[in-house]
Structure formats: structure tokens, C-alpha cells
Design a protein. Sequence first.
Length: 143
Amino acid sequence: MKSGQDGTFVIYGLDSGTYYLKETEAPAGYRLLTEPIVVNIKASFPNDRNAYVKGDGKTDKGLKKLETSAQIKEFINGNWKESEVSLTTNEGEGSANLTVINTVGKKLPVTGSSAAVICITTGSVLVLAGAMRRNRKNAKEKQ
């Protein structure tokens, strides 16, 4: 599945069970979720479940109760946070809503570029030249 421009998508026809939602590609500027989101769905039906028609939602012949939760492992500001959240459900529609917030986070400075190498080399040469000049001055004063 691929989300639209607004980052949303809809999944139809899931039965009670455990599902894993894994992000395989993150939008530009966002961090890819490294762990799948574990979604648990528990739907309660009457004894004659075969009479239920998809999309009927909560009726006498169909869905009695819908419970959903998600286990999310997030990396926020340099720390891992694990949480289990109850999802917002609409038993009338037989639906649940999961919102995943992905933040860009702090950007690290670019290191290892050729400019950094030039600055480090120049600084090292200047420190070495200063040390040599001081040693020569000390040697002259001793004579």
C-alpha cells in the first residue's frame, strides 16, 4: 500500500487478530520507522456471525463491540519510547483510526567534508609552528 500526499490510507476487511504495519519508505525529510507498529483488533460478534455483512457496522446481527490497540516504538529526540495506545473506534462503521506522528528530529552537522580536513590541517600546522617558535625563543634566552 502507498499513502496519498496527505499520508493517509485505509485498510478494509481486517478480522480480529494481530497485524504488523511496517513502513518501507519514508517521505523526504522524515526518519523511517525502524520497528513495525503492532495493531491488535478484537471484534465481538453474536453467535450467528455468518449473518454479518461487511460494512453493516454495529447492528443486532453483526458487530457488538470493537476494541483496537497499537504498540508503537518511537525514536524521539534521541530516546526510544515504547507505548501501547487504544485506538479511536467507530463501532457504527466498524472502523478504527491510527495516527502515526513522525517528526524530523534534530539534524546533525555535516562532518568529514574536505573543508573540515583543511581546517584541521591548517590549525595543526599553526599550533606546531607556534610551538617551534617558542622553543627557539627559549633556546636563545638560555644562551
